[in-house]
Design a protein around this ligand. Structure first.
Ligand code: PEP
Length: 253
């Protein structure tokens, strides 16, 4: 089976509504390789309007977060079921900014991942170690615990449909991209761990994206690695030209 190629843009808390629609328009009109799945993750309020822009263009729409329940008295929260009704297909779960600023725990992220699947959506599950953990050489144990506590309680059927984004915290928004070898080593480790739960065939095609300061000038080095199936892009996804260039950075297949 063909290995997946995915580039997802996490716009974070950026862009007023009209600017978001304009950016989505530029990406819709841009030159996108046919074998690369493009996913946009704008802020919540952009989602329904951008969903309409993306119709019939083969671009996936993601939310950046969701709540763990489908309905109820949770003022200010948005459920996976509501997202599904707005044309969303993916939800970013466990971004390090949510873990840091909103104290999202591995246990909560399991419940959110399950809720996302139950609403018929796909989680883009983020994992990755902070700088001090890497400096102590404990990055694999750290990521393993994130996977064990948030993903291993999921059924093998759900787990084989997930998208994983390895995002070392020290590389996010810092300009310090992981080297292709550093990222590849962790991707192999993650794939091996998941293989034990879903088997060889599904693990071989499980999309594992790298995230952390991916730019047009470093994407091709990362995408040349065997186990890097694409990228979750923050800053560079706000500039259509850069985002499109990253999408065009896979080796010829
Ligand atoms: C991110 O927010 O997921 C991210 C990878 O950000 P940046 O590309 O800006 O480092």
């Amino acid at each position: 089976m063909q290995k997946p190629r995915i580039v997802a843009g996490n716009w974070k808390m950026n862009l007023r509504l009209q600017a978001g629609i304009h950016l989505a328009d530029e990406i819709v009109r841009g030159n996108r390789p046919e074998d690369v799945q493009c996913i946009l993750a704008p802020p919540f309020i952009h989602l329904p309007l951008i969903a309409r822009k993306l119709e019939q263009h083969g671009i996936g729409l993601a939310a950046q977060n969701c709540y763990e329940y489908s309905t109820g008295p949770y003022t200010g929260e948005i459920s996976p079921d509501m997202l599904q009704s707005a044309g969303v297909a993916y939800v970013i779960v466990g971004h390090s900014e949510r873990r840091l600023h909103f104290q999202e725990s591995n246990a909560l992220l399991y419940r959110k991942s399950l809720a996302v699947f139950e609403a018929g959506l796909i989680p883009i599950f983020c994992c990755g170690e902070p700088l001090e953990v890497r400096q102590q050489g404990k990055e694999k144990a750290f990521v393993e615990q994130q996977l064990e506590e948030s993903l291993f309680p999921l059924s093998a059927e759900y787990l084989s449909q997930i998208i994983i984004a390895y995002e070392p915290v020290w590389a996010i928004g810092t300009g310090h991209v992981a080297s292709p070898d550093q990222a590849q080593e962790m991707h192999v480790f993650i794939r091996d761990k998941i293989r034990s739960r879903i088997g060889d065939a599904s693990a071989a095609v499980l999309p594992i994206l790298y995230g952390g300061s991916v730019k047009p000038d470093n994407a091709s080095g990362l995408f040349a690695m065997e186990d890097i199936n694409g990228a979750l892009v923050g800053g560079a996804s706000l500039v259509a030209k850069d985002f499109l260039e990253i999408m065009a950075s896979f080796p010829n297949s």
